[in-house]
Design a protein around this ligand. Sequence first.
Ligand SMILES: NC(=O)c1ccc[n+]([C@@H]2O[C@H](COP(=O)([O-])OP(=O)(O)OC[C@H]3O[C@@H](n4cnc5c(N)ncnc54)[C@H](O)[C@@H]3O)[C@@H](O)[C@H]2O)c1
Length: 460
Amino acid sequence: MIENVSVIGLGKLGASMAAAFASRGLNVIGVDVNSRSVDLINEGKEPVQETDLGKYISENTDRIRATLSHEDAILNSDVSFVIVPTPSDENGSFSLQYAAWAYKEIGKALAKKDSYHNVVLTSTVLPGASRHGLLPILEKESGKKAGEDFGICYSPEFIALGSIIRDFLEPDFTLLGELDRKSGDQVEHIYSRVMLNDAPCKRMSLENAELTKISVNAFVTTKISFANMISELCEEIPGGNVDVVTSALGEDLRIGSRYLKGAIGYGGPCFPRDNVALGYLARVLEKKAPISETTDSYNREIPETIVDRIKPYTGSGKTLAVLGLAYKPMSHVVEESPGVALASALASAGNRVVAYDPLANESAAAELKANVVILDSMKQCLDQADIVLITTPDSEFKGISVADFKQNGAPVVVYDFWRLLSNEIKESDQVEYIGAGLAKKDEKITKRLEELWSMDGQEQ
Ligand SMILES: NC(=O)c1ccc[n+]([C@@H]2O[C@H](COP(=O)([O-])OP(=O)(O)OC[C@H]3O[C@@H](n4cnc5c(N)ncnc54)[C@H](O)[C@@H]3O)[C@@H](O)[C@H]2O)c1
């Protein structure tokens, strides 16, 4: 029975997995090239910010230690999970630069090991990367043979930042690409011991697993974009309401309700890049991936669409406030964030833009530089805003009342992408409320449908 595992790369995902393994009774050795991360884990502290990570590490210090030495980790464990960055390159592919370096170190350590060792890649990669990009590095550096002296698996996780440990321990399913049965059996055994639920383990070839991983994100983002497309149509239909439509759609079991909410598009470190990668893969394979490419381009066009929609209300002397800069609530991450993209697009269109996020102000300031004024509180934004755009369903924003808006006689325009605000605000004379996915208050939309169906002048 496997008792000792190592985790190579102690970032957001790796540190969380190491802590989760330890919490389920495995002895874990973590490796990172960053000595600060190693020191923090050895002091019983979390190296990155993630829900409950500090608690899981401090409660399991007897079963978790960290080192800078790949050799130490390989020689003192039986299975290694490799979770280093695989950043997108200029083509949209995932670079193996960090993984290749890690595999070189692992290979050198394998050369010194007498017993079988299993190397499991968790980082996101494209089909072929495990077998043709990384396996040869291990064989070359170790002088050993994959499938005989060591095993190879590809087993990515389906987690969201902010709930990594819970998602890891209670997945919908585990995905396991294997070079051969022996390496797959070992990892499935670890998962069945560690997972808190009876999630099915989907075992397959390395390449099928690599494709499955990016297909999941590509499909989920297609669903989000579909809801956003329906949302735009609802705005043009009298009485249109995207929540009414999507909540009914979600009842159909073939569709399902999760990630089916019209709002402002998706962002974050994972979702946007996987569609781009799928497009790249299709080009390399001389095939097409129009659904993924359209999902990506449609999502990227959203900020400009909003700039156009808001144009009738903007003008010189107006201040626009963007509330929500992280890619989702309760996060400090602004990578590919819709709020940052919108603030930037509004500022580029010549508007004065102020912005606020409960957790992401600092990281957003680095992205937005001097183009947008980031303020310390929601109140400071609302005090000066003529137009307010709410980009995340943050609980702080839900509590806004009419009295919080600037009081200068003219109604404040409020663009509420998640339809968070109260009826008091929606019905107030002091507010011109725009709910994304709700019918425009414009007679034209009724007229257009009337004209479409008018039988006047036609033979009955
Ligand atoms: N963060 C997510 O939400 C998420 C979700 C699914 C998949 N992933 C994938 O997981 C992988 C890691 O993501 P992350 O968010 O944890 O990255 P991260 O940048 O937070 O952490 C990566 C860690 O690896 C370390 N590292 C780099 N090279 C190393 C080496 N040779 N040896 C040991 N350590 C090394 C870095 O110092 C860093 O601490 C990526 O491929 C990513 O696409 C991430």
